[in-house]
Design a binder for this molecule. Structure first.
Ligand code: 5GP
Length: 114
């Protein structure tokens, strides 16, 4: 389960436009952006889906979420607003099975997303 595209990005085996990194989190621009800003935040330690996350992953998931919020604040679009999304499994629209948080910004978002 750990050998996804995103695990390869963590290991620098395939290129990515990395915008943030710390000891546990990596963030890079989505290859197929759905908004002017579309960044994927991933834990370096792979968790396949949100459904697979457990209590011991709570701190890591908190760090992942706060990394996205800090990035938004640092980039100056937090006041304007943004959206964070975690797709889970097939009906949730998940296509890469290494948990990731989408940060979308730079345009007005609609709800429900469809
Ligand atoms: P999901 O559908 O699993 O929630 O999101 C996967 C996201 O990964 C999609 O938005 C897709 O565009 C992006 N993606 C897929 N392959 C790559 C890749 O090789 N590099 C980057 N940067 N993004 C990718």
């Amino acid at each position: 389960m750990s050998d996804t595209l995103f695990a390869k990005i963590v290991r620098r085996e395939i290129p990515a436009d990395i915008v943030y990194e710390d000891a546990e989190v990596l963030a890079f621009r989505d290859l197929n952006p759905q908004a002017p800003v579309h960044v994927l935040f991933i834990p370096k330690r792979a968790i396949s889906t949100l459904d697979a996350a457990r209590g011991e992953d709570a701190l890591l998931l908190g760090k992942l979420t706060l990394a996205a919020a800090s990035y938004a604040r640092a980039q100056g679009f937090s006041e304007q607003g943004y959206r964070c999304v975690i797709n889970c499994n097939a009906d949730g629209g998940q296509t890469v099975y290494h948990l990731h948080l989408h940060l979308l910004a730079g345009r007005s978002m609609h709800w429900p997303p469809g």
